[in-house]
Design a protein around this ligand. Sequence first.
Ligand code: ADP
Length: 198
Amino acid sequence: MPHQTSPHTPHLHSQVLTVSRAEREQLGGHAGRVVWLTGLSGAGKSTIANALELELHHQGKRTYILDGDNIRQGLNQDLGFSDADRAENIRRIAHVARLFVEAGVIVVVAFISPFRAERETARALFSPGDFLEIFVDVPLAVAEERDPKGLYRKARAGQLRQFTGIDSPYEPPLAPELVLATAQITPQECVQKICRLL
Ligand code: ADP
């Protein structure tokens, strides 16, 4: 995997782990991958992530979900929704996802991740084929109609600022590995498409 050096820690050296990724994958019986779900709030990322994890779990595969809301309550609780904080949010998540892939786990990332540049930065941490960018694609009107967490209502009422799709942009992927039009197909069909890709 590509390595980066940090300007803050110029004297650090990468420690080579004794047990390799290949050995971990051999033990688990499958490859480590990141399934990166991006899309508007209410597009269906969490729903698909949970259904996908259940299916893979039944297949005997080792999985984990990194969900936007959960991570923001813990690891990223110091971050808000400014452009800079959104970028840092994604940077941390991408690095955590990379650790999971190194551990031989299929990690499902369910984050709005609205900016193309940040998703590309995330992708750059992985070897080709390890990072599957999946666009959970739904018209804003449908997401707003679903409004599973009542957030669009709050954003329209001015109680929530910098909400993606309302007063913060969403940049759709230009070349995702897969597009799931969740207004047209069921969560189960979405899961089948992702499983075929994996
Ligand atoms: P997100 O995680 O993207 O914010 P959620 O998964 O929390 O979105 O909410 C999506 C809502 O849309 C849920 O209420 C879900 O039941 C509904 N839904 C309808 N069709 C689909 C589909 N094909 N895939 C995923 N969710 C769907």
